[in-house]
Design a protein around this ligand. Structure first.
Ligand SMILES: COc1cc(C(=O)NC2CCN(C)CC2)ccc1Nc1cc2c(cn1)c(C)nn2-c1cc(Cl)cc(-c2ccccc2C(N)=O)c1
Length: 301
């Protein structure tokens, strides 16, 4: 066998083929490896009784030794299990055994907006409106429940077989404790990070609005608004609010992007205001999208 990376004496804890949830007595068959993110590995898990298939996020307990890692994991579970909305990834349970923590989540067979973006680059305005509306309905639910996601990005926006968008990965999410609370700490590096976090000012729901602006720009333009060769240069551009919207972007989309990517968080619109924005209401909104959109631009005539 290939040289393994762990020390000789400690046996590598494999993830079992059959996983038992002791509290519900449900048995899952471990299937296809779907990917990994942070400490977690993700597999298809099939409920052996009713054949339902889920996305199982599995974290080895050997990685959760520091109390901060344990607390972050339980915070992710506590926040995600409190949410229930069509455009938030379904939370179906969690349990642990001697070696791992298991989180049972809704499987999204068409992966995420990241894979779609890599394949298609710039999307049409109707497709962008379609996905943005579903993202906004999901974020509205989070904000109504006093949850800030803090890491909204293409790779965390999953797509199911019906081409519906589902917000996932609550690893950086937090709850607003009291009205007007400004969060001061964030342990992790959000992809579309807002300027107020970089400048270590207090932050709140507006960081999700900033990320939505970055997502809108990326879907329409085909690349992120502040992309550079290095993270340091990207952070400089964010702090200077230095981004350019190409001429080919329509006036209503341009105007909404400018509202969302304002440096001053107090100037950014709320989710409800974005849902009512002219870009969302004055253009064609498809009720559904064909899976062909994963590979080529649709014609809406
Ligand atoms: C059939 O459904 C899927 C297939 C695939 C797939 O075909 N992956 C291939 C990648 C290339 N390798 C060589 C072979 C496998 C990926 C995701 C799926 N679905 C899915 C994943 C889900 C969830 C719901 N549905 C939830 C909820 N969370 N995750 C989840 C969890 C973690 Cl820990 C990682 C990642 C993850 C997988 C890959 C890249 C990036 C990421 C990422 N977003 O971190 C995703």
């Amino acid at each position: 066998a290939a040289m393994s990376s762990h020390a000789k004496d400690e046996p590598k804890k494999e993830i079992p083929d059959i996983i038992l949830d002791p509290s519900t007595r449900r048995k899952y068959q471990r299937g296809k490896f779907l990917g990994k993110g942070g400490f977690a590995k993700c597999y298809e898990l099939t409920d052996l009784k009713n054949k339902d298939i889920f996305a199982g996020k599995i974290v080895a307990k050997t990685l959760l030794v520091k109390s901060t890692q344990k607390e972050k994991m339980s915070q992710e579970i506590s926040i995600h299990r409190s949410l229930r909305e069509k455009h938030v990834v379904g939370f179906h349970g969690y349990f642990e055994d001697s070696d791992n923590v298991y989180i049972i989540l809704e499987l999204c067979r068409r992966r995420s907006l990241m894979e779609l973006h890599k394949r298609r680059k710039a999307l049409t305005e109707p497709e962008t409106r379609y996905f943005l509306k579903q993202l906004l309905l999901g974020v509205k639910h989070l904000h109504d429940k006093k949850v800030i996601h803090r890491d909204l990005k293409l790779g965390n926006l999953f797509i199911n077989d019906e081409m519906e968008l589902k917000i996932g990965d609550f690893g950086l999410a937090t709850r607003v404790g009291y009205e007007g609370e400004r969060k001061r700490t964030l342990c992790g590096t959000p992809n579309y990070i807002a300027p107020e976090i970089l400048c270590k000012k207090g932050h709140s729901y507006e960081v999700d609005i900033w990320s939505i602006g970055c997502i809108l720009y990326t879907l329409l333009v085909g690349k992120p608004p502040f992309e550079t060769q290095t993270l340091k240069d990207t952070y400089m551009k964010i702090k200077k609010n230095d981004y350019h919207i190409p001429g080919r972007v329509g006036p209503l989309a341009r105007s909404l992007i400018q509202k969302l990517l304002q440096g001053d968080p107090t100037c950014r619109p709320t989710v409800d205001m974005i849902i009512a924005d002219d870009f969302m209401t004055m253009g064609y909104m498809p009720t559904r999208l064909p899976t062909s959109c994963l590979t080529m631009a649709p014609r809406f005539d």
